[in-house]
Design a protein. Sequence first.
Length: 266
Amino acid sequence: MILASLIAAFLGSLVGLGGGMILVPILIFLHNNITGFEWATTQSIVAITLVAMIFTALSSLRAYLKIKTVDIKTGIILLTGTIPGSILGTWLNGVLDTSNFSLYFGIFLVLMFLLLLIDREKLGQIRKPKKTDKIREFEVRGETYTYHVSILVGFFVSFMIGTLSALFGIGGGIIAVPAMVILFGMPVHIAIATSMFMIFFASLFSATTHALSGNVIWGYALFFIIGAILGGTLGSRVNQLLKGKALEWILRILILVMAGQLIFGN
């Protein structure tokens, strides 16, 4: 359990995607094939994944705050719809047919794989903000970046993040990072760090909602928390040493393999 959480947290923090989309399929596979994981029902998988992501995001966020790549103001704007979205996602998680959960999540991973094919760095370089009084300016290591963040679009994006985070047990970074680059013209390295800021609060609220619903099995969750702290810390450090494109391709292939297993497997 610690190893599964560590791997998910490491990869998730490495590219700013949270790790939930990695940990959930792993737990589904273990539940279906390994003795001793009978406890891993749909609701408990999502709930424990969200708890683990709180500590993944917190560990990563500490590193990104030190190098000052987190746009806190934009992160707060993009959190406005997270709470109502999380409430909706938690409700959907309880009413959807759980026997088809693997199929739902597999289809979702295919969509996320397609999003990851977008060249986010190129889009971030090509897209330039319009000259208005609402342009955001953000300085990182002496270089100033400008981009425009729409409050209305931000609310919609954060609502989707909150809903999918609670429904599937993902951190929402897979949606947040491409959205910030494509819709707002935000530089990729700022988008990744800001995504981890959002993931922390989105996961915190969604996990609390699941905990109040009795979905968190704390005896098992503690093992995943340990792995999340170790993986999140390691991932954020390696992030500053390796090129992101090679790692993203590894993640794309991994996501596609997991999606195929969930959709076409037992």
